[in-house]
Design a protein around this ligand. Sequence first.
Ligand SMILES: [Zn+2]
Length: 203
Amino acid sequence: MATKRGSKAVVKGTVQIMKEKAAARSKQVKKAGATMKKAVAAKPDKVAPKKAATARLVAQVAAAPKFYPPEELKRFKEMILAKRKETIEELDSLKESMMDVTTGEYISESSNYSLHMEQGTDAMEREKTFLFASRGSKFVNQLDDALARIDARTYGVCKTCGLLVPKERLDAVPTAQTCAEYKNTGLPCDKGRVALAKKKAGK
Ligand SMILES: [Zn+2]
């Protein structure tokens, strides 16, 4: 009897263990299912990945700052003022090189042009100098425009899409008024397109 009861107890124990194992298994399966569901949810929509990408861009555009903060504008201003000074110094030295050593007068673009024609390289050099000078003064004007935009706090805002032109681009081209993408292709970038659509919708 004792052994019978004992074996019964063993059977009971085995059943209990099997039940527990089964419960643990089902728990595990459930857990795995939840993890899988999470993974599926985290993945962008397979059917409409474009939609998901657009939604991401819309969120990015909505969260993007509209203007550069004052301390950043101050940094840009200092950089532009330094560039302006440097350019004006270059222009001054160009002017000096354009001065006629014999008369002490500035050689204007039209003055005695034919007279100097026989001195071919001289004329070419002078033409180059004039070109540099006009480019330089144009650059100074553009820098002045940039300074005015800094005072108006609109500096760094892309003229096309209204998003901020990246800092790196402004550091390299402080007179830039549009994103590089637009400058190079004539078309706004993906984010710019979203921003433009938003602007159009009046949101
Ligand atoms: Zn832009």
